[in-house]
Structure formats: structure tokens, C-alpha cells
Design a binder for this molecule. Sequence first.
Ligand SMILES: Cc1cc2nc3c(=O)[nH]c(=O)nc-3n(C[C@H](O)[C@H](O)[C@H](O)COP(=O)(O)O)c2cc1C
Length: 241
Amino acid sequence: MTFEETVRYRRSVRMYDPEKPIDTAKVKHCLELASLAPNSSNMQLWEFYHVTSPDTLKAVSRACLNQNSTETAAEIVVFVTRQDLYRQRSRAMLAYELAAIEKYTPEDRKAARIKNRKQYYGFLMPFIYTRFFGLPGLIRQCIATTVGLFRPITRQVCESDMNAVVHKSCALAAQTFMLAMAAEGYDTCPLEGFDSRLLKKILGLPAGAGINMVIPCGIRKPEGVRDVQIRVPFEEVYFQI
Ligand SMILES: Cc1cc2nc3c(=O)[nH]c(=O)nc-3n(C[C@H](O)[C@H](O)[C@H](O)COP(=O)(O)O)c2cc1C
């Protein structure tokens, strides 16, 4: 399939064919491709839970309100945000960046690059992701508003903004996954109709984790897809300026 064919093939499929199995290894590979999605500051505050065991599939489907798509799915992937891992990830990213600088950066530019990365992952990232009942977010907003009087600055820095940041990145991984699956001839359906508390319990996730999307997977039954892909007229959403 060309890229356009893949994009057009992907549809939200609500009913999968039990006679047509899918290859777990291929789904896993699609998740590896999903991990190449762009993400904010390369913090990768996401996790992918690939559910294949019948008992867990049943439990996850119940947490998804027994929607047709989860009831008939061969496998299910849960995209999870892990904002709570920000310290761990910023430490890891700093170590990877320093190793890359050592290997690829010309000697005369090394010191400046190391300083920049240490400031970014050693200070800025922990500062921007810290949460404590909204207070750090308020402080960040005050700083951004003050600096913003003099120059352009990122203003989306309060705690709910940072929650949106991790969900945005995770959703890009989810979309990359769905396109990779479509390229394999596999079907998916992104879901946000779920009981997140119950899902977190089933997956054994801590309070700081969030459920971004649940994606049932399988091979479509013809009646599992709406025949036309309805969208508002493109002219209503496209603005060339
Ligand atoms: C974030 C998100 C949440 C969604 N939640 C559900 C859901 O809970 N149940 C469902 O059947 N479809 C869900 N959908 C699928 C949309 O209804 C679907 O993408 C839309 O109708 C367009 O259809 P298409 O994907 O076939 O183009 C969701 C889609 C997205 C992106």
C-alpha cells in the first residue's frame, strides 16, 4: 500500500472476524514503530500494554463498557501516559544525550552542548513536569507570564497543560500504531469510552499513570465498518494564510 492507501484503509472498526487471526509478533512490531513517533522533548512518557491473554482481554473489554470492538478484538493495546516517570526519563535521556555527544559532536563544540543538555534534562524537564497540588504549575505560569511581557515564551506550563502534553505525544504514538497496523492489513479502533480507574487496576498501574487510548485490534468484518468515511467539508477546516 502507498501511504495514501494506508491512510484511507485505516478505519475505526467495531467488529472483528473471529475466523481471521492476527500475528502477535506483527502487532508488537507495529508498537515498535509507534515508539518512533515524535514526542515532547523526547521524554517518551508513554507505555504500551499489549493484551493477548483471553482472561485479560475479557477484563479489559468490560472496562471498555463491553463495546463491540473490544468484545470481538483478537488483541487489545492500551496506550498509557506515564508523567510520573519524568525524573527517571529525564535522567535516562541525559545519559543517552551525553553518550551521543561523546560519539558524534566535534571536540570544539562538546562543552557547550554538554552544558545545554545538562540544563535541559537536568533542570528544565524536572522543573516543568513537577506536580504538587497545582502549586509548581502556578509558579511556572507566573514566570512564563512575566518573561512573556518581554519575549515570546511557551505559556502552556501549568499542571493541566503538562497533562495535555503527555497525552498529545501518546496520541501520536497511537496514530502511528494504527497506521502501521493498517499497512499490515490489520484493523483497529481508537477508544476513549472506558473506565480508566478499572483499567489501571487491571493493568496494575500506579496512580500517576493515565490511560490515553484503548485500541482493539483484529481483521474487519464488512459490517464492522461504516461504509462512508464522513468528514465536514475540507474547506471548513483548511485555512491557507
Ligand atoms: C480519541 C478518540 C476516542 C474515540 N473513542 C471511541 C469510542 O469510545 N468508541 C468508538 O466506537 N469509537 C471511538 N472513536 C472512533 C471515532 O468515532 C472515529 O474515529 C470517527 O467516527 C471517524 O471514523 P473513522 O476513524 O472510521 O474515520 C474514537 C476516536 C478517537 C480519536
